[in-house]
Design a protein around this ligand. Structure first.
Ligand code: AP5
Length: 216
């Protein structure tokens, strides 16, 4: 199985949902730059204060801030470490800078799985998303509901809606995705690293297709 993998796709395509399952079921070391940034905002750190406004508006945090976060997290990693990234890189500048930094360290990306999904589907999924404030598990009010409304199945934590999950902010995030992140599809296709999953399918189907691609 390949070990250094990027999940690429629009907001709401299911990257976080599939990544969490791959982590639990296959032991992947999963990281999400969005999750790290929200943690910094919640902590009220200097980085969180800098990034908070970008997140709230649905805009991308500057490349240098995100690159510094990722490099810092991987700086002590042994060559050949495995990872599963959800949400990074998401601009060409991030992808190029990360390639240049990670390849000589034996940490280069081996495979990119692109979750293809329409704007209409994304909108429905994201506006119904609820996340556990304690463990971070993600649900959807109708598509992936918890056993007890408003409570996490795993830890009974309270389920809340992300501040950037309103319809207007999601539409903006999708536009930014098309402009900034979609060019990465060709970038990784040219490197012969890209595989595609139809993300409009149920979670279990997405999951089994992703697993098959990882085992190729
Ligand atoms: P981030 O947290 O990365 O958000 P995102 O990419 O916008 O993606 P989402 O988390 O919204 O969606 P997802 O694909 O993970 O979907 P999920 O599995 O939750 O980034 C947030 C912000 O941080 C950015 O806007 C930016 O400001 C900043 N940021 C982060 N990284 C950055 C970077 N590299 N550079 C610059 N800025 C950065 O699923 C969504 C919903 O659908 C859930 O309710 C789920 O239950 C449901 N669902 C999922 N799959 C299915 C399915 N197959 N069938 C039915 N329901 C499903």
């Amino acid at each position: 199985m390949r070990r250094r993998v990027i999940l690429l796709g629009p907001p709401g395509s299911g990257k976080g949902t599939v990544a969490a399952r791959l982590k639990n079921e296959c032991g992947f070391d999963h990281f999400s730059t969005g999750h790290w940034l929200r943690q910094e905002v919640a902590r009220g750190s200097a980085l969180g204060r800098q990034a908070g406004l970008f997140l709230e508006r649905g805009e991308l945090v500057p490349d240098e801030v995100v690159l510094a976060l990722v490099k810092d997290a991987l700086s002590n990693a042994q060559p050949d470490l495995g990872y599963l990234s959800d949400g990074f890189p998401r601009t060409l500048a991030q992808a190029q800078a990360f390639d240049a930094w990670s390849s000589p360290r034996g940490l280069g990306i081996e495979q990119v799985i692109y979750f293809e999904c329409s704007e209409a589907l994304v909108l429905n999924r994201i506006t119904g998303r609820r996340s556990c404030g304690s463990c971070g598990r993600v649900y959807h009010v109708t598509l992936v509901p918890p056993g007890q409304p408003g409570r996490c199945d795993d830890c009974a934590g309270e389920l809340t809606q992300r501040a950037d999950d309103t319809e207007s902010v999601v539409r903006k995030r999708f536009k930014i995705y098309l402009r900034e992140t979609e060019p990465l599809i060709d970038f990784y296709r040219q490197q012969a690293k890209l595989d595609v999953v139809n993300a409009s399918q149920p979670v279990d189907v997405m999951m089994s297709q992703t697993m098959s691609l990882l085992q190729r």
